[in-house]
Write a new protein. Structure first.
Ligand code: FNR
Length: 346
């Protein structure tokens, strides 16, 4: 029986985006109206190598590598909207990794569309599109082994017939929905998104199909999301770049001015102790087309710490207050011997 397909019906979704889809961006997207938010793709190996840490100061659960890098941070407030995207080339390893995060999320999605060399070389992402047996094995293993719904996100194949064969096979594994980016793995963002092929897939399948690929050509303002859903015949759409540039794209009342949104993003990043490299990256992505219009963009390019970024965005006092508050909570908890509880992955 297919698990909780309704979760993916009539939804507007923050798409998975490496480096962009970390906790602050996901929480902002939810605040402005996203129904579901995907985390950035996280490779199964990394989850298996990390330690699961309860962060009492923030109330988050963190997955931390031995060098201190946090590869995944989540808070219970996003659980009912959070989909974890995994990168994998191996069914057993994917299941083991997904079981470590299963209680923290509402669904698990397998990336089958990433065309980057790193993914393809590892047999992950779009490399899976030409391996139907492996797709079947990975998806059935996850569907049977997890309590939460499983989905995957694909790109289309060059031939319609092959694409339709592939999506039927995917549906037969018991997945709860399918995300489709309407470009082939060879195509770049400048190529048109094949909305008509997404529509054909949506007509063919019984499970919800989530349309993706509309940021550049269609989705400029909130109302365009409905236009994209109509053009693809899907009740759900997943938005990447339009949300990366301005996460208030999900706001029914219209987008907020860029500088206000970036400032709010920095505030949320401070509150969740997001690392400065990631915060800087996301700020620069939001400023992408406007670097020359605002001095804040250029200044952010030179920032070397969260304190620098906070100062540029007029939030230095706020940053210092939050730091003080967080370290007080940590010290208090430490003196009671329970600052962080660590569950090892053995
Ligand atoms: C992506 N994309 C992507 N896809 C995926 O399945 N997992 C991922 O981790 C990422 N990472 C990622 C990072 C960044 C910065 C971008 C811009 C894109 C692809 C993305 O989810 C989406 O499929 C495409 O961007 C097309 O959708 P839009 O941008 O037209 O809405």
């Amino acid at each position: 029986m297919v698990k909780n397909s309704e979760l993916y019906e009539n939804k507007t979704i923050l798409a998975p985006m490496v480096r962009v889809g970390t906790l602050p961006m996901r929480l902002l997207a939810v605040k402005y109206g996203a129904d579901l938010v995907y985390c950035e793709e996280i490779i199964d190996f990394k989850i298996l190598k990390s330690k699961r840490v309860e962060n009492d100061a923030l109330g988050t659960t963190d997955f931390v590598l031995s060098d201190g890098t946090i590869i995944f941070r989540t808070h219970p407030q996003e659980k009912d909207k959070l989909i974890f995207q995994i990168g994998t080339a191996d069914a057993k390893r994917a299941l083991k990794a997904a079981q470590r995060i299963e209680d923290l999320v509402s669904g698990v999605d397998v990336n089958m569309g990433c065309p980057k060399e790193f993914s393809i070389k590892g047999g992950m992402g779009a490399a899976l599109l030409s391996q139907p047996e492996k797709i079947k094995e990975i998806l059935t293993t996850l569907v049977n082994g997890l309590s939460v719904p499983v989905t995957c996100k694909i790109r289309i194949l060059p031939e319609l017939e092959d694409t339709l064969k592939l999506v039927k096979l995917i549906e037969s594994t018991g997945v709860s929905a399918l995300g489709v980016h309407g470009r082939t793995k060879e195509e770049r963002p400048r190529h048109s998104n094949r909305n008509n092929i997404i529509q054909t897939i949506a007509e063919l399948l019984s499970i919800p199909v989530i349309a993706n690929g509309g940021s550049k050509e269609v989705i400029k303002v909130y109302e365009d999301i409905a236009v994209f859903k109509q053009a693809t015949g899907c009740s759900s759409a997943m938005i990447a770049r339009a949300a990366e540039w301005n996460p208030t794209i999900f706001r029914a009342e219209g987008k907020l001015p860029l500088l206000d949104v970036v400032k709010e993003y920095v505030k949320v990043a401070i509150e969740w102790d997001n690392n400065w490299v990631n915060t800087k990256y996301c700020v620069l992505q939001m400023m992408h087309d406007n670097m020359l219009d605002y001095p804040e963009g250029e200044l952010t390019q030179a920032a070397m710490s969260m304190e620098d970024i906070s100062e540029i965005w007029g939030l230095k006092d706020y940053y210092l207050q939050v730091r003080q508050k967080l370290s007080k909570i940590s010290e208090g908890a430490e003196s009671q011997g329970d600052r962080v509880s660590i569950e090892t992955n053995e």
